[in-house]
Design a protein around this ligand. Sequence first.
Ligand code: PML
Ligand code: MG
Ligand code: MG
Ligand code: MG
Length: 263
Amino acid sequence: MDYYSVRMRAAAGGAHEAGGQHISGGERLVGAEELEATVQKLLRRALTHELGQPDFVNLTVEKVASADVTQLPALPVTQREVQSVCEGHAAAVEELLQAGVALSAAQKAVALLVQGPAPHGGVMRGAIVMDADTGARLESDPARGVRVTQLDWEPRALAGWKQRMSRLGTAHERVAEALALATKVTAAADTVAELCWSDDPGYVGGYVAAKSIGYVRIPQLKEPGSPLGGRVFFVRGIRNVQEYEAALQAPVLIVEQTEQRGE
Ligand code: PML
Ligand code: MG
Ligand code: MG
Ligand code: MG
């Protein structure tokens, strides 16, 4: 069976490449029977985003041979309880240290997401790539960042995951999508860890993920109403950022659960 990669990105005030403000994005990898519904769902996401109406939506559909698809088991999910944004940031730094990121790099990444990581302080469409030891930013275009494409859950694995997670109250689409992305990013050979929190004003949560610690949710990483957030991929030993980004764009399906930490 072949798959279809479906990608969406939406912006206001012009296309991203013309300086428009990023509103929403989405990546799916689906079978033929899901293609039309997926395109419709992503278009609806673009048109109904809380940040407002986009005037640019790019939807791309590409066929992907099933032989090219790698299967990855989802990272285990745990949650840190925090009482404030400040505690959330401290928890994130702690988890990043645990995953092998240098303290100065972890602190720099948190500060960047707080202030807005794009050149003029806004959000980026893609992720920051940061040297895990020196904290140097490596992405070649700091307005765009690095984008992860061609990933999705295998439908039965997603259904199973949602059933397991509903007990923890975290069976949401947003978490499933973020977990798929984090699983793919942390599986890349040169990734040390990922830090993410949402750029959606109505969602204040995020996570730290790494192969060694799994997907650690942190429910408060910014104040409600803030449109600032994003992703930082910490790397060690990459030859160049283009090669690293290419690895993040090879097709991946999330197929099965590993045991949950702490269950
Ligand atoms: C996003 O806005 O899509 C990023 C969400 C990251 C947090 C997901 C979670 O709560 O685990
Ligand atoms: Mg995206
Ligand atoms: Mg998103
Ligand atoms: Mg968003």
